[in-house]
Ligand binder design. Structure first.
Ligand SMILES: Cc1cc2nc3c(=O)[nH]c(=O)nc-3n(C[C@H](O)[C@H](O)[C@H](O)COP(=O)(O)OP(=O)(O)OC[C@H]3O[C@@H](n4cnc5c(N)ncnc54)[C@H](O)[C@@H]3O)c2cc1C
Length: 431
């Protein structure tokens, strides 16, 4: 089964995955002289509403890998969409502060809004990254249908049903993420991935916030892996990642980190928005079949971060397969599944790294050893700062989890670090 002149492709969801799929499909089809009817269905962009309704609950960091990928398909995120360029991460871990400037100058990390900004925003309208992507897909020939897909059917092929239309498609691309109600009558037996819940808020940014800097806090409260404050012009996005967060995690976070926070906040916090979005934890058990394929969060995403980049990777692999190999289950198994499985396999290393860092931060002796290693790491030459690179990689998504895992367990480096600790007489860690 192949896409031909006049084939119809229904993309459900106009987030990054859906838009990247439309843009890549249309770019490639044009090069090959193939005429396709591509429609993106999503109700989210047909509104002026600020806050959660038009948003997608995301910290909005476009990683360096994502920026590069976006540029590789002929896009360039316009300045009006960019809220901040990020040049440094500053990390607070149990009384210690580490400054991590971008280790590879020239690589851009951006912060953007995925919706129209915080609920209480009053000033000039904010243009979202997602609206920009939709406009680029439309400019390349995609049709945009501002409606929710209510159900799917089958009439000699897949049928997309909204309130006002029935769209008979040759291929359905499911890019609906993991934060909406499931679509009934999924003829294809799609099984969504298991998800977890994260917490985030938008607060007003203090006037003297360090320029171009994300600040992350590790260790407290219990159950938190880390919380990050991401600058976006006059606001800060607060995103928390944790295993067992309490009923009011953002307040608990600020209370637990009161001391280091005092360095940045002198006035009471002004809360401007907030939500508890879902994040996929594993690969979806079933994510393709004859004439349908799921991409982005609906299929698999990088664990806890960089989902915009994994949306790009899955969209690229699925659309390349559809054009080069076909649109039946066998083609997606051969062409798409390996790319999706690579992300899932990498996430397993991420799982181990997050579990180890949580175990370290829960145990005072291990924490003391870790802080001491961190101190030693800072004194080492640039190329040998393993922990700094590890923390940078875990925060930004700039490196694969597999590489970070290998870096953490390089026997030679570990032995060298151990020797240094012993040489300085710090092998007995005080309570
Ligand atoms: C708290 C949090 C912070 C995050 N921070 C970052 C970050 O800083 N950087 C990063 O790269 N990633 C981040 N992520 C991950 C990132 O948000 C996702 O991986 C990414 O949005 C996935 O894109 P997607 O297109 O697959 O799905 P989504 O962005 O969820 O888009 C799905 C779209 O489908 C539409 N839709 C759903 N159902 C229907 C339907 N029935 N009919 C029509 N349309 C439908 C929705 O309206 C939505 O627009 C974060 C995630 C969370 C939860």
């Amino acid at each position: 089964m192949r896409l031909e002149n006049g084939s119809r492709v229904g993309i459900i969801g106009g987030g990054p995955a859906g838009c990247f799929a439309a843009i890549q499909l249309l770019n490639r089809a044009r090069e090959e002289g193939l005429r396709l009817d591509v429609r993106i269905f999503d109700p989210r962009f047909d509104t002026d509403v600020r806050g959660v309704a038009a948003c997608k609950g995301c910290a909005g960091i476009v990683s360096a890998n994502a920026v590069q990928s976006i540029e590789s398909i002929g896009l360039s995120v316009p300045p009006r969409v960019i809220q901040e360029t990020i040049e440094e991460y500053r990390v607070h871990i149990l009384g210690q502060t580490i400054r991590l400037p971008q280790p590879r100058p020239g690589r851009k990390i951006l912060s953007v809004y995925r919706g129209r900004g915080p609920r209480t925003h009053q000033g000039d309208p904010i243009e979202s990254f997602d609206s920009y992507l939709i406009s680029e897909a439309v400019a390349r020939g995609a049709g945009y249908v501002p409606e929710r897909v209510r159900s799917l059917g089958w009439d000699r092929g897949p049928l997309v049903r909204t309130e006002s239309t029935n769209f008979a498609a040759d291929l359905i691309v499911l890019a609906a993420g993991v934060n909406s109600r499931p679509i009934p009558e999924l003829f294809f037996n799609y099984t969504p991935p298991q998800t977890g819940i994260m917490a985030q808020d938008e607060i007003r940014k203090p006037a003297d916030w360090p320029a171009h800097t994300v600040i992350a806090f590790f260790g407290e409260p219990k159950g938190l892996i880390f919380g990050a404050l991401v600058p976006k012009r006059e606001y800060l996005n607060v995103s928390l990642l944790g295993y067992q967060m309490g009923p009011d995690p953002i307040r608990e976070f600020f209370r637990a980190q009161k001391e280091p926070m005092a360095e940045y906040f002198s006035a009471p916090l002004e809360n401007c928005c907030g939500c508890s979005p879902r994040v996929p934890l594993h690969i979806a058990p079933r994510y393709y079949g004859d004439q349908w394929v799921a991409i982005g969060d609906a299929a698999v995403a990088r664990l806890y971060k960089d989902g915009i980049y994994s949306s790009f990777v899955t969209a690229e692999a699925a659309m390349r397969t559809a054009l080069d190999q076909g649109i039946d289950a066998e083609a997606f198994k051969a062409g798409y599944e390996p790319a999706a499985r690579r992300i899932a396999a990498d996430n397993r290393y991420g799982d181990i790294l997050f579990a180890i860092s949580t175990a370290i931060l829960r145990n005072p002796r291990l924490t003391a050893a870790f802080l001491y290693s961190l101190h030693l790491d800072e004194t080492r030459p640039e190329g040998k700062k393993i922990l700094a690179r590890l923390i940078w990689g875990m925060l930004t998504g700039d490196e694969s989890y597999r590489l970070l895992f290998r870096m953490s367990f390089r026997p030679r480096e570990l032995a060298e670090l151990g020797r240094e600790i012993i040489r300085r007489g710090r092998w007995l860690i005080p309570d």
